[in-house]
Design a protein around this ligand. Structure first.
Ligand code: NAI
Length: 477
């Protein structure tokens, strides 16, 4: 059987396979799900369209989903985040060869154009024969394509592209227009097949709650991000690791002694600030939420407005999931060779379009995903990954062990929605706490953790079951 795919170079598959093998060792949660569910095949019949950074860790996720019976098609959720060797290895598959690939159709390579990106996203939703019946999303782009496609299809037209649209939204509209010319009912058909979506990140989850609030959500959704074992681990400890990796690979600048501004002190900001402080940076946090601002102050960070520190700081990292955090005006005021990078999901935290429009500015590529922008006065700033999430653009994202927690949640959520579809309405759900605790439990042994057991009397005293769950739903960790 031949598979369709589009990756950079299948010749990288062997290198990818070695990395996947090592990653499997660091992903005990996923590997134990293979053991637990390998024979019962709960995902048999599932046709999963996956839109999530095509890294080595994601390869282990994909091969776990197929080991549980699913068929899968995959694209990355960012133009820079693919690890080409991982993509190649997944296409070739553990049993295949470069000349006879037998793995999973992947449409992803590092450095896609926006047109290619949206084309790849359409590819994962366009199955030969029957369509996808599950979506696994990171940031919500695949879900948005189905929803906007159906909305515009019902309205009878894709709204004309205007000057107000970002470049990316213009490209997106063009893709939907083309898809509807090819098949005027395409997105109705796709949306009617889909049983549900499981969403990986804060930004994508926000989009899902918006759709649910207006009654526009077309299928049930599980918010994987807000499993405790996802957002309090991946967002925090994952970014604590990969923020330094990204800065080092991109610039190798000494962080110690520098003033580093972290915009946003949520889960990602907390990890980023801790990592930079650990390197000896003097960390300044900006926040809009008084609770997070107070948390930052109590950790010993200066909390200031960006305007107060923009001229003196050396490194700026945005972590807000919000837009227009660092404006073109801010960047013009920065000191010579300041480093500007975003680790939030989308590229609109830093006003890259505004930067490019500054009179007399020039852009020099230092190396891929590292650019020096020189103002006409002669000073310059260094911008990483064109303002896109730089821990995946300049490095390889989070390490396997932390992603094992996130992806164990993803796999459990896929099983839950696929096998119990009728239990779920067109709303957004989080996984029950006992499953969250199960994910954590699966990762303890590898770290040599000795868990204390409650006695029956102690369990009764605090009002829980000996086997858990141990906390109420409103407990915040
Ligand atoms: P969060 O909601 O916990 O934190 C965001 C924080 O930014 C909040 O405390 C909020 O008050 C603050 N904020 C909002 N607007 C602000 C402004 N104008 N100025 C200063 N602070 C502001 O969200 P979380 O989980 O920390 O995620 C942040 C972003 O990172 C999201 O886009 C998420 O999808 C993404 N993410 C990226 C990862 C990566 O590997 N690059 C991993 C996990 C999440």
């Amino acid at each position: 059987m031949s598979i369709d795919y589009k990756v950079a170079d299948l010749g990288l598959a062997e290198a990818g396979r070695h990395q996947i093998r090592l990653a499997e060792h660091e992903m005990p949660g996923l590997m134990s799900l293979r053991e637990e569910f390998g024979s019962s095949q709960p995902l048999k019949g599932a046709r999963i369209a996956g839109s999530l950074h095509m890294t080595v860790q994601t390869a282990v996720l994909i091969e776990t989903l197929t080991a549980l019976g699913a068929e899968v098609r995959w694209a990355s959720c960012n133009i820079y985040s693919t690890q080409d060797e991982a993509a190649a290895a997944v296409v070739v598959g553990p049993e295949g060869t470069v000349d006879n690939p037998q793995g999973v159709p992947v449409f992803a390579w590092k450095g896609e154009t926006l047109e290619e990106y949206w084309d790849c996203t359409e590819q994962i939703l366009t199955w030969p024969g029957e369509g996808a019946n599950m979506i696994l999303d990171d940031g919500g782009d695949a879900t948005m394509l189905v929803h906007k496609g159906r909305e515009w299809e019902t309205a009878g037209q894709v709204p004309p592209t205007t000057d107000e649209d970002s470049e990316e939204f213009g490209v997106f509209k063009a893709l939907v227009r083309r898809s509807l010319e090819q098949d005027p009912q395409k997105w109705t058909k796709v949306s009617e097949e889909v049983k549900g979506v499981t969403e990986e990140t804060t930004t994508g989850v926000l989009r899902l709650y918006d759709l649910a609030k207006t009654g526009d959500l077309l299928f049930p959704a599980i918010n994987v991000n807000d499993s405790v074992t996802k957002s309090k681990f991946d967002n925090k400890y994952g970014c604590r690791h990969s923020v330094i990796d990204g800065l080092n690979r991109a610039t190798d600048v000494l962080i110690a002694g520098k003033v580093a501004v972290v915009c946003g002190y949520g889960d990602v900001g907390k990890g980023v600030a801790q990592a930079l402080a650990g390197q000896g940076a003097r960390v300044v946090v900006t926040e809009v939420d008084p609770i997070c601002a107070l948390q930052a102050a109590m950790e010993g960070y200066q909390v200031a407005r960006l305007e107060s520190v923009v001229e003196t700081a050396d490194i700026f990292i945005t972590t807000t999931g919000n837009f227009n955090i660092i404006t073109a005006e801010h960047m013009q005021q920065m000191k010579n060779k300041a480093i500007v990078a975003n680790i939030g999901h989308f590229d609109n935290e830093i006003d890259m379009a505004g930067l490019a429009k500054i009179d007399g500015i020039t852009k020099t590529e230092i190396k891929p995903q590292v650019h020096e922008w020189t103002f006409d006065g002669g000073t310059s700033i260094i911008v990483l990954s064109e303002g896109r999430l730089f821990n995946l653009g300049n490095a390889t994202g989070h390490p396997s062990f932390v992603m094992s927690n996130s992806f164990t949640n993803q796999t459990i959520a896929q099983i839950e929605l696929f096998t119990k579809t009728s239990d779920y309405d067109k709303q957004v759900y989080v996984l029950p706490k006992h499953l969250d605790e199960k994910v954590a439990r699966l990762h303890l042994e590898a770290l040599g953790v000795e868990l204390t057991e409650l006695t029956k009397e102690q369990a009764e005293y605090i009002g829980v079951d000996v086997a858990g769950p141990y906390k109420s739903d409103h407990y915040r960790y």
